[in-house]
Design a protein around this ligand. Structure first.
Ligand code: AMP
Length: 217
């Protein structure tokens, strides 16, 4: 099971990724989480990317491709994986294709920009695990703390309004073309399924839609 999850920042990718990964017992590979971990640990990579991430810009394709190349060679990826937040550009998609990775699904979670802005302002994250909550739509059991560890949740710097707008612009300009790219491949190649799901409704409703798609195909 090799899945790519595509969607704008705040489309609910991270939340749905957790569900799919549990269901199919595959690792969630989030380049955003990997980079945030590097920033937190103060590694050379982290030092290099921190200001880029804080501004809402994209990290270079070369760097991201190297990160993915190493990650998908690890043992836990043997039965598949879910890519969350990668590829983000056509260059990254071409790079992935060059690695000879066969994909089963490309799943788009489609949400309007206005809705995204509303959602991101309420987003909270558990930095240790990457678990994502929303103060209104997917609240933790206890205000401000992670359900599993009881540790404090944070609001990411890149969830500030100006940064959100910048990230949405980049999404439309650089990431949206992946939708055409993968749907055209899927039209020709029966082993790849491309599906777009409207990411509106409760977390559970969207999960149910995705589950149906993955069950049906
Ligand atoms: P995310 O959590 O996926 O929204 O990623 C947070 C930030 O990490 C992005 O705004 C980018 O600065 C960087 N990033 C994550 N994934 C990628 C990627 N595939 N390509 C370029 N930059 C990325």
């Amino acid at each position: 099971m090799r899945i790519i999850l595509v969607g704008s920042p705040g489309s609910g990718k991270g939340t749905q990724a957790q569900y799919i990964c549990q269901q199919y017992n595959i690792p969630q590979i989030s380049t955003g989480d990997m980079l945030r971990a590097a920033v937190k640990a103060g590694t050379p990579l982290g030092l290099k990317v921190k200001s880029i991430m804080d501004s809402g810009a994209l990290v270079s394709d070369d760097l991201i491709l190297e990160l993915i190349r190493e990650r998908i060679q690890q043992q836990d990826c043997i039965n598949g994986f879910l890519l969350d937040g990668f590829p983000r550009t056509l260059t990254q998609a071409y790079g992935l294709a060059e690695m000879g990775i066969r994909l089963d699904y490309v799943l788009e979670i489609d949400v309007d920009d206005a809705e995204i802005i509303q959602r991101l302002s309420g987003r909270r994250v558990h930095p240790g695990s990457g678990r994502v909550y929303h103060i209104e739509f997917n609240p933790p059991k206890k205000d401000g703390v992670d359900d599993e560890t009881g540790e404090l949740l944070i609001q990411r710097d890149d969830d500030q309004i100006d940064v959100i707008k910048q990230r949405l612009e980049l999404y439309h300009q650089l990431t949206k073309p992946l939708i055409n790219y993968y749907s055209e491949i899927a039209d020709k190649d029966p082993s790849l399924t491309f599906v777009s799901v409207k990411g509106v409704g409760s977390v559970d409703q969207i999960t149910a839609k995705i589950q149906k798609v993955l069950d049906d195909v």
